[in-house]
Design a protein around this ligand. Structure first.
Ligand code: DGJ
Length: 743
């Protein structure tokens, strides 16, 4: 790993064992992009990559020159209005109304390690040898604004993290109306664009389309990163598949309004922009102030989508998630939401917890409904004090009863919200986000607290702090069940209203930071009506997130498969729930519900008392299995083998670091008869190790399993009743692959 600068050719080369990232100072002082891809040798001169040609209808920078136009130059942090007509990374509105800026190279600095970003989540290092950071300072001499472009290259994989800081050294305030974290031009457009999109209960489905001239984008203007689009996109070559070919992943470490955009111009250059959504954004930067953009992370893989995902998984698991729980196996939990909804008493909860304990569960989680006057979703949000009518001994008393059973206790909060029917609203009606003289729309009968205001965050912190300091709480589920409308802060002046969305998220991060600092051993699980804020920003504070409100195993195949494109298994909250399923009313066998959920942070979303004795026995076995294999399931190397978006069968696997053990999950949606024989080539094993396969009476070498494949043929290959156990719809199997002595 190194960062080199060639003074004579003005080129920068950032490289490690996997990638090269090459830039140059352009003839007009702006930063140009020359290459991002597989590692190449250090050449003294890459400036030949700056290609120019005279073209009609083009505007040129230099007098008497018909070659240098920003329109046709690949750039690093582009501005609009000075010969480039593509969408810019940065737009600064100045006192005289001008939007023109001209940022020229001033100096640069290389340091070992990686600086943190004040108030923002970001990837980090634990020792300076893990990464190197290049900071390029540019200056606009009219406004005296400085730009710091930050690039960190990590030793561990093909990763570059980027962010930008704007520093107003001038005398006058300006407005940032676009301040992207990442801007990069690629020399061609021969890519497929992959996005993770969906809606409530069908989050992060994989959508792929060919990149074309024009603009393609995903974004959020909802105040959260959203169920609809994840702040993550991939550009892959059309021939790239899961295991070979080029894939470039772009991930935004942010939980609010975002934009991820590819603009292909008519000369087939592709510009990637990623950052805070410029729509609704207007940040006033007073003289002397600075603004730090969130971080964007780029991964290059020459080993297909799996290669890209594994790099993201390692980075996000080890150097984005933090704290006590980062590397720890996650407790098996039982959450009462789908078991009781709002209809519970203390004794009823204890009854559920007791059975959970008997089955081997480690953590009991009390969900919504324990506070204020919350008997349904019309009231109570904002009053973070236990409802004595339900919990006579408060949270302290209930937590103690749960602890006495030998379980840990977890609690649900929705800190950012308020109901009008609440003590908090009656005392502080002005703390709610709403625009003066306009109707305030509700979502689930609730309103959003103005987290851009410190006193609001303080008040919520104090209420939560009191409970967490008094009661034995080991886990928090932090929910967020509506998006923001009529966005406006009564505490900010008119010319700062464009800051509210971003300030809101900074307030959320501040509360997370304060709580995780004060209670470092509490495990935080994020949630936003399921996966509405499942993003890298939140992962920095909460190492796991409830992936979706859809707990149906078959639906979860797509959700978890899509999610795995960027996020590790250790981050995906996934539970077994009852049948008929509460979202899609499907009846899936108990084993399939568990076989899907175990590739996530495992738990139950039901009352185990209501299962038959045989089912309870199965649950006991499932829990014992997860306890035995969860380190491998949650932290092993994850491979996607068969896509639920492409056929009736889904398969994935996790492999241990020493390659001595693997767990394969195999899932079939519909049963069949007289089907072909079937096998699935595995991945990540040691070619020369001999492996035993659970449920199969043979041993195979790793190269057999990876080249010939794991035999998955079952009774569907013939007539039912021909001696093999018949299958069923929504069937699944888990294969444990274990290295054994050769026979
Ligand atoms: C939405 C969450 O996703 C559910 O799991 C549950 O916590 C409810 N909110 C409670 O209101």
């Amino acid at each position: 790993m190194n960062i080199l600068f060639q003074e004579n050719t003005k080129t920068f080369h950032l490289y490690n064992d996997y990638i090269s990232y090459i830039m140059m100072i352009l003839p007009n002082g702006h930063m140009g992009q020359l290459y991002f891809g597989k590692r190449i040798n250090e050449n003294k001169d890459y400036s030949y990559l700056l290609e120019m040609a005279p073209r009609p209808m083009t505007s040129y920078i230099f007098d008497e020159d018909r070659l240098f136009s920003l329109e046709h130059v690949k750039q690093e942090y582009a501005v609009y209005g000075t010969t480039d007509y593509r969408h810019p990374a940065l737009e600064i509105v100045q006192e005289n109304g001008s939007r023109i800026s001209d940022f020229r190279y001033k100096k640069h600095m290389v340091e070992n390690g990686k600086p943190s970003l004040a108030g923002l989540p970001a990837t980090y290092v634990e020792s300076p040898e893990e990464a190197m950071t290049l900071v390029i300072t540019l200056e606009d001499c009219v406004t005296d604004i400085r730009l710091k472009l930050m690039y960190t290259i990590f030793e561990m994989g093909g990763v570059i993290a980027r962010s930008t800081q704007m520093i107003n050294n001038g005398q006058k305030a300006v407005h940032l109306t676009s301040a992207m974290s990442l801007c990069m031009d690629l020399p061609d457009c021969s890519y497929e664009w992959v996005q993770l999109s969906g809606a409530w209960s069908r989050e992060r489905h994989i959508k792929t389309r060919r990149l074309e001239q024009g603009i393609q984008a995903v974004d959020s203007m909802r105040g959260n990163s959203s169920h609809e689009h994840n702040p993550f996109v991939v550009l892959k070559r059309p021939s790239t598949d899961e295991f070979q070919g080029e894939a470039l992943g772009f991930s935004f470490v942010y939980s609010g309004n975002f934009l991820a955009q590819a603009e292909v111009d008519t000369h087939d250059t592709t510009r990637i922009l990623m950052g805070i959504n410029p729509a609704c954004f207007d940040w006033k930067l007073d003289a002397g102030e600075d603004f730090q953009t969130p971080e964007a992370v780029m991964v290059y893989s020459a080993e297909g989508l799996n290669g890209m995902s594994q790099t993201f998984h390692r980075l996000y698991q080890k150097r984005l998630a933090r704290g006590y729980w980062r590397d720890r196996e996650r407790p098996i939990l039982n959450n009462n939401w789908e078991a009781t909804y709002f209809d519970f008493t203390e004794d009823r909860l204890v009854e559920i917890a007791k059975k959970a304990k008997e089955s081997g569960v480690e953590l009991f989680v009390l969900d919504d409904g324990w506070f204020g006057e919350r008997n349904d979703d019309h009231a109570g949000l904002g009053d973070w004090v236990a409802n004595p009518k339900r919990l006579a001994n408060g949270i302290t008393g209930l937590a103690q009863r749960i602890e006495d059973l030998g379980l840990k206790f977890g609690l649900w909060f929705e800190p950012e919200m308020v109901n009008k029917d609440s003590g908090l609203y009656r005392t502080h009606p002005d703390w709610m986000i709403e625009t003066p003289n306009r109707h305030a729309s509700h979502g689930r009968y609730q309103y959003v607290l103005d987290f851009s205001r410190k006193e609001v965050v303080d008040a919520i912190f104090n209420m939560m702090d009191k409970i967490l300091s008094e009661a034995k709480v080991s886990y928090i589920k932090w929910d967020m069940n509506r998006s923001i409308t009529e966005c406006y802060s009564k505490a900010l002046p008119a010319d700062r209203q464009g800051e509210v969305f971003h300030r809101y998220i900074l307030g959320v991060y501040d509360l997370y930071e304060r709580l995780t600092a004060k209670f470092p051993e509490i495990l935080f699980e994020s949630c936003a009506s399921g996966g509405g804020r499942f993003d890298p920003g939140i992962l920095y504070y909460a190492p796991q997130g409830w992936a979706s409100d859809d707990s149906d195993a078959i639906e979860r195949l797509k959700i978890q498969y899509g999610t795995s494109l960027c996020y590790p298994v250790s981050s995906m909250g996934s539970h077994v729930s009852v049948i008929p399923n509460h979202q899609v009313y499907r009846n899936t066998p108990l084993h399939t519900r568990a076989n899907v959920a175990m590739f996530g942070t495992f738990g139950y979303e039901l009352d185990l008392n209501k299962l038959t004795e045989e089912e309870q026995r199965q649950v006991g076995e499932q829990i014992a299995f997860v306890k035995q294999y969860r380190r491998l399931l949650q932290f092993g190397t994850f491979y996607r083998l068969r896509s639920p978006f492409e056929g009736n069968v889904t398969a994935w696997m996790a492999v241990s670091e020493d390659q001595k053990q693997a767990v394969v999950g195999w899932y079939r949606v519909l049963n069949g008869v007289n089907l072909p024989f079937s096998r699935i080539p595995l991945k990540g094993l040691n070619e020369d190790y001999c492996y035993g396969i659970s449920g199969q009476d043979r041993v195979c070498y790793g190269d057999e399993l990876m080249n010939l494949g794991l035999i998955t043929t079952d009774a569907t290959a013939g007539e039912v009743g021909a001696g093999m156990k018949p299958g069923c719809d929504f069937d699944s199997r888990i294969y444990v692959i274990t290295a054994v002595e050769p026979v």
